[in-house]
Design a protein around this ligand. Sequence first.
Ligand code: SF4
Length: 211
Amino acid sequence: MREGLDRIAAAMRADEWGVAEEAGLTPTQLHALTFVAGRGDAGMRLRAVAEHLGVTQPTATDSIAALVRKGLVIKLPDAQDKRAVAIRVTQAGCDVVRAIGLAMTSAERALETLSPQEQQTLLDLIIKTIRALQQAKAIPPQRLCVTCRHFRPYAHEDAELPHHCALVDAAFGGRHLRLDCAEHDPAPQPAREAAWSLFARRAPEPAGPGA
Ligand code: SF4
């Protein structure tokens, strides 16, 4: 399984290089830009950018400096702490992120060949794996539906739209579970565990060794 994931990751990295190159960015700059853009007007501290990217603070500093020079992000005093700096996306940065989002990569085209049910199963397994990585503190906290205070798993009998987002008061389907939602609000631990056990009971189990 590991070799398979390595191949998919390699294809996705190649995709990212292509998309980043077209936008005149390095892959790290591209990740930093999309991360900051996803945080909206509040902006992000440099340390959070470095944590999210899994790089050192000097590497994140270099990437942000390049994005500032290109006019894609700006540095402003942080609203919570005037001594600190927040990094915020500019309109030009938003335009680049939107254009990148519209470009379909070869990995996405490959995923499109899966049936809707297979795509949903894959997403459930990815969510389980990301959560396990998060629990092990191997990655920083992610803004997943399954850890959000607004998430109500399997609140509806409708097989197409079983989940509910209390923030927008609407049902949504398993294929639309978010991995990085701008409106994510972390649930308190007991509520998070309760929601997870309800979700995990009905989501598919990851395949065992040798699968
Ligand atoms: S606010 Fe976002 S993360 Fe939270 S349940 Fe709704 S869609 Fe999911």
